[in-house]
Ligand binder design. Structure first.
Ligand SMILES: C[S@@+](CC[C@H](N)C(=O)[O-])C[C@H]1O[C@@H](n2cnc3c(N)ncnc32)[C@H](O)[C@@H]1O
Length: 231
């Protein structure tokens, strides 16, 4: 499916904008991942941009996970996928508590003789932007990501301070966080302290100070490149 067709259909759907949708669509057209894991789909805009690219390529599936509570959003991903005929490319899961539990089940499924067989070529992390949940999600996702696969984190500079005054965001009670936890960007910390320091990864790119990319290969550059351009 052509980009223009989904762009027009998603015009009023939060959260992914046209520019980011275009980046994601092109990344998929260029890299041709067969299996994609998405952590956090909300209404499904990002899932639809990716599914449209897979459809254009003629193959591939996105497994995407959110909270059960997100099912009632309008529009929801089921409706968008049906309207656009993209259902064959999207497998939706919803968890009561967290996508870390979905990842637990996937690792169990993939484990044979004490080894977890990786299954994903690309993983897009766009959930609560929280050190505890997303740091652990990186550890779990790493087991499922194939060699040479890419991981992308959204919200590199996002902080919990955005939601001070709210009781909780994505299940995280804001008033239970220390001041430094509220004011530091957790995805940036996860990227710098966990991803970049993990020897299995290289080719690190921070794009527009908002998206952080890493490739699961030991042979690329270990420097972090900060850029406004596509990877
Ligand atoms: C920013 S939205 C995702 C936006 C979507 N990727 C897009 O660009 O259109 C973040 C989503 O993460 C979900 N989420 C937050 N914490 C989660 C968790 N622990 N497990 C699963 N989903 C979670 C929320 O329900 C929300 O829908």
């Amino acid at each position: 499916m052509k980009f223009e067709a989904v762009r027009d259909h998603l015009k009023d759907v939060p959260y992914m904008g046209v520019d980011e949708g275009w980046e994601l669509y092109n990344f998929i057209i260029k890299n041709k991942p067969k299996t994609i894991l998405e952590l956090g789909h909300a209404h499904g805009a990002s899932s639809i941009f990716m599914a449209a690219a897979l459809d254009e390529l003629g193959a591939g599936v996105i497994e995407t996970v959110d909270l059960k509570a997100a099912e009632g959003r309008s529009p929801n991903l089921e409706a968008l996928a049906a309207e656009l005929g993209l259902k064959p490319h999207i497998k939706i899961s919803r968890e009561i508590n967290s996508y870390t539990w979905f990842l637990k089940k996937k690792i169990e499924e993939q484990t044979k003789e004490n080894f977890c067989n990786p299954i994903y070529d690309f993983c897009f992390v766009d959930g609560p932007k929280n050190w505890t949940i997303d740091g652990f999600a990186f550890f779990l996702t790493n087991k499922l990501l194939r060699e040479n696969g890419w991981i992308l984190f959204d919200d590199y500079k996002w902080t919990h301070s955005k939601h001070v005054g709210r009781e909780s965001t994505d299940g995280i009670t804001i008033r239970s966080l220390g001041e430094d936890e509220i004011n530091q960007a957790h995805i940036e910390l996860i990227f710098k302290l966990l991803v970049v320091q993990c020897e299995e990864y290289s080719n690190f790119v921070v794009q527009d100070n908002w998206w952080a990319w890493a490739q699961k290969t030991r042979t690329g550059s270990r420097k972090v490149r900060y850029t406004k351009k596509s990877i």
